[in-house]
Design a protein around this ligand. Structure first.
Ligand code: GTP
Ligand code: SPV
Ligand code: MN
Length: 587
């Protein structure tokens, strides 16, 4: 910790001002060093909620138990603060600046009394990248500091950026008493400011991630002509040495981390999959007319449920040291455990709240239990993942968790149709946000909880971006989650998704067959390599089928959803809906 030679005066002023209101007993600057992490860890261990793992299996790893009432993002407590409610749009909770100051800022008064305020300067994006932006998080949570130093680039690199640009996103976070009724996560896009209180979990509290990386960044991106998206980025290296990059937007807990870390099936010798990012992509038009993407984060905050050496060996390798396990169980030999890791937990395992677990006693880990691990530890991390220019995109994928309706994969007819496909996608809700699980909701571009402004304007921005580039990536929709009548997944998923990626890249190269349907181009079964999968022709047909009856109902739901945006909805989107209806009627 200690002092730094030069703190930019605008930052020093922000810290002093905030401290006057929050009244911490002391203020500590964080530099992201190992020594600092050790001190924070010792302090956090005293709470009994931060437990060092067995260093023989998990060196420098910790299990962290959050408050049981604070285990996932809370969308109902998340607001966009603007003078004009129309600017926030029907996709956001809106609060007026006056109410924010009177109702929420007052909660911060004295909120850090008797506690330490940590100052965490952080950089989003690779250092020296035209994409890079700085933020500062003032927090009273050592867990947040320990997480931010994994998820972002903390310390001098951020201060230098602030010093040279004079620009940073202000963020203040206070645990207060974790009262869910007074929990607020407020975003001021124009002021570039974030206030978070009465929560300490993930996307609510690690302000670089969803708050800055998506909500504030999406607004900045709209102003400045780029895109901030809830997307993974991966590279596929072909046996000839060429690498193609794909970005994919799936809603929370719908498979981004897994796809980003995919291991190609054995039969694809000579192919490699490289991980660039697993959750956020900042995307800019390049001088060559293509879109270029960076991962602004430095770590992964990934879902543990279902993760094991078979489904995601690369995640398993990534988090085997220097990592945090939030809300997992703890085995008697002090290793984290979660559902799907092995068939059953060892005898004597404690659950995510530290209670001795018995069979039948409910889940061992919380369903939204997550690992926090440095990206550089990923065995498949792309050698160029920190390239300041990013990587050029060949394809963009949208996808959701749909038991029915959406086939395994289809290609949009063109950019505008692709924007429509993204704008109207739907998915079943997961444990990543509090509320009901398994409910189908529209989640445009997987950004419903993360777009920091009116989504009608966001759709327009997407359409305009397409006009500004001469070599747009092709757009696809995928669904790994279609089920049969017995509710079993029709598609094996995980590593086998590589087969779908190969069809997608072959389409981009103009080399694969496709059948035009009402919703887009669908591969005929013969265009997909399904060797060794033991799928019956009936299953394959079901997986790829497009039911006009289901899609007419889908079109009705889409119409209802789009109606919420009123006259602000770009006409291109309504035209796409009419065109879809015409194609469905014709078929
Ligand atoms: P966020 O971090 O919340 O944004 O989620 P994410 O999109 O990165 O989700 P992630 O890859 O962590 O996957 C979430 C869940 O989906 C896990 O329980 C996985 O086991 C499961 N999953 C991922 N890929 C597949 C797949 O191809 N098929 C099936 N059936 N399940 C999958
Ligand atoms: C998500 O919910 O999409 C996440 C986890 O990636 S959190 O950071 O908590 O938002
Ligand atoms: Mn996410």
């Amino acid at each position: 910790m200690g002092e730094v030679a030069s703190v930019p005066s605008i930052l020093a002023e922000y810290v002093r001002e905030t401290a006057r209101w929050l009244e911490p007993s002391d203020t500590v600057w964080c530099w992201g060093t190992d020594e600092e992490a050790g001190l924070l860890s010792e302090e956090l261990a005293q709470t009994g909620r931060w437990i060092p793992c067995n260093p023989d299996y998990y060196p420098n790893c910790f299990v962290y138990r959050s408050d049981p009432s604070d285990v996932a993002r809370t969308e109902k407590s998340t607001y966009i603060v603007t003078a004009d409610p129309e600017e926030a749009g029907p996709n956001n909770n809106w609060m007026s600046p006056r109410e924010a100051r009177e109702r929420v800022w007052s909660l911060f008064q004295g909120a850090m009394r008797g506690k330490t305020m940590y100052v965490v300067p952080y950089l989003m994006g690779p250092p020296d990248s035209p994409f890079a932006r700085a933020g500062v998080e003032l927090t009273d949570s050592p867990y947040v500091v320990l997480s931010m130093r994994i998820m972002t680039r903390v310390g001098a690199v951020a201060l230098q950026h602030i010093e040279s640009t004079g620009d940073f996103v202000r963020g203040v976070h206070a645990l207060k008493d974790l009262d869910p009724a007074n929990r607020y996560i407020l975003h001021w896009p124009r002021e570039k400011e974030i206030w978070s209180i009465n929560t300490g979990y993930g996307g609510n509290a690690l302000l670089g991630k969803k708050c800055f990386g998506l909500r504030i960044a999406s607004w900045l991106a709209k102003q400045e002509g780029w895109l901030a998206e809830h997307m993974l980025i991966l590279g596929i290296e072909f046996p000839d040495g060429q690498t193609h990059y794909v970005a994919a937007a799936f809603p929370s807990a719908c498979g981004k981390t897994n796809l980003a870390m995919l291991v190609p099936p054995r039969r694809y010798t000579g192919f490699k999959v490289w991980t660039v990012g697993d959750d956020i992509a900042w995307i800019r038009p390049g001088e060559d007319g293509r879109l270029w993407a960076v991962n602004p984060e430095a770590g992964f905050f990934g879902v543990l449920k279902g993760t094991n050496p078979r489904t995601n060996p690369r995640a398993m390798a990534t988090f085997q040291k220097n990592s945090i396990f939030t809300n997992t169980g703890l085995t008697p030999d002090r290793c984290p455990w979660w559902e799907g890791l092995t068939d059953a937990p060892p005898e004597g395992t404690f659950d995510w709240q530290g209670r001795p677990w018995q069979p039948g006693a409910g889940p061992v880990a919380h369903p939204n239990a997550r690992f926090t691990a440095p990206a550089r530890q990923c065995p498949s991390i792309a050698p160029n993942w920190e390239d300041p220019q990013g990587v050029p995109l060949t394809a963009i994928l949208f996808g959701g968790r749909r038991k029915s309706v959406a086939p395994l994969v289809y290609e949009a007819f063109d950019w505008e149709h692709g924007v429509f496909v993204g704008a109207t996608m739907a998915s079943e809700t997961t444990a990543a946000q509090s509320g009901a699980v398994g409910v189908v909701r529209r989640d445009p571009m997987a950004m419903l909880p993360f777009c920091g402004y009116n989504m009608a304007d966001y759709f327009r921005h997407w359409i305009e971006m397409g006009r500004r580039i001469t070599r747009p990536p092709r757009i696809f929709h995928v669904n790994w989650f279609r089920t049969d009548e017995q509710g079993r997944f029709l598609w094996p998923g995980f590593g086998e998704n590589f087969r779908v990626l190969l069809w997608i890249l072959a389409r981009c190269a103009g080399q694969a067959e496709a059948r035009p349907t009402a919703i887009g181009y669908v591969p005929p079964p013969t265009a997909l390599d399904l060797a060794d999968l033991a799928m019956s022709p009936g299953q394959v047909e079901q997986l790829l089928s497009v039911s006009h009856e289901e899609w007419r109902r889908e079109a009705d739901e889409i119409e209802q959803f789009l109606a919420r945006f009123g006259s602000r909805l770009p006409k291109e989107i309504s035209h796409q809906l009419s065109a879809l209806r015409r194609r469905l009627a014709a078929g």
